[in-house]
Unconditional design. Structure first.
Length: 418
């Protein structure tokens, strides 16, 4: 069943301004033949108008007008492309210090992060920042692309030095799988096609790695978690008694016949059927969206969770969160916010602002009175209804929350439960 559906790899790109992120994405799209002829013609004419003697592939991705004028990327832009092996969703995030929140937004659902480093400049403050955020968000895989190798005469020495510097820094972080690739996005070296200019490099190209990196085990397949999105009652003659529970599996593997518990009621039942895309299946795992039916009539509704009888998440109204603040107005103690967690929504109050994290040194800043936009801080929340959660370290889906402004309905923060 799984082999028929093409796997989707979500990846995010991060680097300092002018490290060549947009050119790299343009090169991936161009060399993998994922752009339309009219797009290409438009980019060619724009490049000629600017006086370039080459096709500026970065123009393929810089969609916002203000970016095109400044030649930089602001906001998060999502790109989609596919090869016969995989489908890809790219979150192209900005390199500026003032856009930490965008980097967090783009990286929160990613399986993989591409961190770009300019071969001439080496490790910068931004490299530290982006690597720390990738580690904080527990992105399972990282590829460090050392770009602009053509401007350092494809020097192995320059490449080796940057690799050593990155390894020394990342030893303090929690990134399990890191690969290094020397590239030139402008000329296409080691992006989709192997480079003739770097015979000393024996590893794979960027595209080969993106197509083959193993991501199916990135989800937690141990702890069974099924937050309910809706209850399905068709009310037709044929299905008078049908009562299905629809949602996305956020952890574990479920099979018909499994004993399960409904939260918060604690009632026990057995899974009768699991339906995926209109067909009954023998098992379903994260991140599939399915409809389950149970043997017993249990009162369950949106926001409840189906779990295994002997494997229950933490149930509490007090949560400790590492939050990235995304609003112009600072976060203050005793503030009221709306919390969204899996399919549940409730009101919460900030009990305590504990400390802020200095993203560049990884040090804690104690005794804080507020959290400003783009800052990352540890806070305590008290929610109005019990949440069923795991730590973010254990499960990225059941361990994350979104904070929403009560008045404006804006998203004002994203949090990882500690």
């Amino acid at each position: 069943m799984r082999s028929q559906t093409t796997e989707i790899l979500r990846f995010t790109t991060a680097g300092s301004v002018d490290d060549g992120k947009s050119t790299l994405i343009g090169r991936l799209l161009y060399d993998s033949k994922s752009i339309f002829q009219d797009q290409l013609e438009s980019v060619k004419s724009s490049s000629i108008n600017r006086g370039f003697d080459y096709i500026d592939l970065s123009l393929l991705t810089d969609g916002l007008k203000s970016e095109r004028e400044q030649g930089i990327t602001i906001d998060v832009a999502y790109r989609y492309f596919a090869t016969p092996k995989r489908k890809f969703i790219i979150a192209d995030t900005p390199g500026h210090i003032q856009y930490t929140r965008n980097m967090v937004t783009g990286a929160s659902t990613a399986n993989l992060a591409i961190i770009l480093i300019d071969a001439r400049k080496g490790m910068l403050e931004q490299t530290h920042r982006h690597s720390f955020i990738a580690s904080l968000l527990r992105i399972p895989h990282a590829i460090v692309c050392i770009n602009k190798m053509d401007l350092v005469d494809y020097s192995q020495e320059v490449y080796d030095t940057i690799v050593q510097d990155f390894k020394a820094f990342s030893s303090k972080l929690d990134i399990k799988d890191v690969q290094f690739i020397p590239i030139s996005a402008l000329h296409g070296d080691n992006v989709v096609n192997r480079s003739d200019n770097m015979n000393w490099y024996k590893g794979s190209t960027l595209m080969y790695h993106l197509e083959n990196v193993h991501i199916s085990s990135d989800y937690n397949h141990v702890d069974c978690r099924f937050p309910l999105q809706s209850v399905i009652r068709p009310h037709t003659i044929e299905h008078q008694d049908f009562r299905g529970f629809a949602g996305r599996i956020d952890g574990g593997v479920f099979k018909p016949g499994d004993r399960v518990k409904a939260l918060p009621s604690g009632f026990l039942s057995t899974i009768k059927t699991i339906e995926l895309n209109g067909k009954d299946v023998k098992e379903a795992s994260a991140p599939m969206s399915v409809i389950m039916t149970l043997e017993d009539e249990i009162d369950i509704s949106r926001g409840d969770m189906i779990v295994r009888e002997n494997n229950v998440p933490t149930i509490s109204q007090d949560i400790e969160v590492l939050v990235t603040w995304m609003n112009q107005k600072p976060l203050l103690n005793r503030a009221k916010v709306i919390v969204m967690h899996t399919t549940k929504e409730c009101v919460a109050m900030v009990k305590e602002l504990k400390y802020k994290v200095d993203i560049n040194t990884l040090h804690r800043i104690q005794d804080i009175e507020k959290v400003e936009m783009n800052e990352i801080a540890r806070i305590s929340l008290r929610v109005s209804k019990p949440l069923f959660f795991d730590s973010y370290k254990r499960n990225r889906q059941t361990g994350s929350i979104i904070l929403i402004d009560e008045q404006t309905n804006e998203t004002i923060g994203a949090g990882m439960i500690i």
